[in-house]
Design a protein around this ligand. Structure first.
Ligand code: PXP
Length: 245
């Protein structure tokens, strides 16, 4: 079964609604760990809309599991990551007006700039992952740019799952899952780690978790939504159960 990376950005979103001190993402990370999280993910956005610098500074030495820092490939973020040295950095495209990450990185179009960021991060001992769409040219470019891993954007699969009501007899859903599976195979053929994430939930996660050689799933919104009613520890444990089927 793949490892579960729990994205706790939404905990900071609630805190920032009052610019106060609660709920604390560090406490959330602890609860997620107790529920079985294998990785804690936070996205330090350039506009600092949820996670703040002090959150990442406190999380890095505090958590017992791996820290995955999502970030744009800017000089500022690369410098922060080189100082903090999380286990992994996932490079994502970032738009100020987006509600959440909307699409994969264009590694093929920005190979040189991204390769420089990858080199600087790897020199600090940080693994680097590219969040990309399930496209062969993006995977090949990621291998070329020196990435250790690719996280395949599962948004289109999740949308197809919702449209088909989870019925895998429907061609579109089968096709979208096959694109993720094929991407995974190509990532592994290029000797990178195959991760996946975005818009995965308790209903649609099983088919992705069952793909051969998928190493990590990164999930945020569904888990934090359930946590409002069930508590974070239980919501994470429930997600691990849903991954197993
Ligand atoms: N992976 C990446 C790269 C993301 O940007 C996000 C959203 O922050 C996720 C996974 C988690 O997506 P969701 O919140 O829809 O589970």
């Amino acid at each position: 079964m793949p490892l579960l990376g729990v994205n706790i950005d939404h905990i900071a979103t609630i805190r920032q609604a009052r610019r106060g001190s609660e709920p604390d993402p560090v406490r959330a990370a602890h609860e997620a760990e107790l529920g079985g999280a294998d990785i804690i993910t936070v996205h330090l956005r350039e506009d600092r809309r949820h996670i703040q610098d002090h959150d990442v500074q406190r999380l890095a030495p505090f958590i017992a599991v791996r820290l995955n820092l999502e970030m744009a490939a800017t000089d500022e973020m690369v410098s922060i990551a080189r100082r903090l040295r999380p286990h992994m950095c996932t490079l994502v495209p970032e738009g100020r007006h987006e509600i959440t990450t909307e699409g994969g990185l264009d590694v093929a179009g920005e190979r040189k700039r991204l390769a420089t960021a990858v080199r600087r991060l790897r020199a600090a001992g940080v693994m680097v992952s590219a969040f990309i769409d399930a496209e062969p040219d993006q995977i090949a470019a990621s291998a070329d740019a020196g990435f250790d891993a690719c996280e395949i954007h599962t948004g289109p699969y999740a949308a197809a799952f919702a449209a088909a009501g989870g019925d895998f007899a429907r061609t579109n859903l089968r096709d979208e899952l096959a694109k993720v599976a094929d991407a995974g195979e190509f990532i592994r053929a290029n000797r990178m780690r195959f991760n996946a994430g975005h818009a995965l939930n308790y209903q649609n996660v099983r088919a992705v978790a069952a793909l051969p050689e998928v190493a990590e799933l990164h999930i945020g919104h569904a888990i934090v939504s359930r946590a409002v009613f069930a508590g974070l520890r239980t919501a994470v444990a429930d997600m691990k159960a849903a991954m197993k089927g």
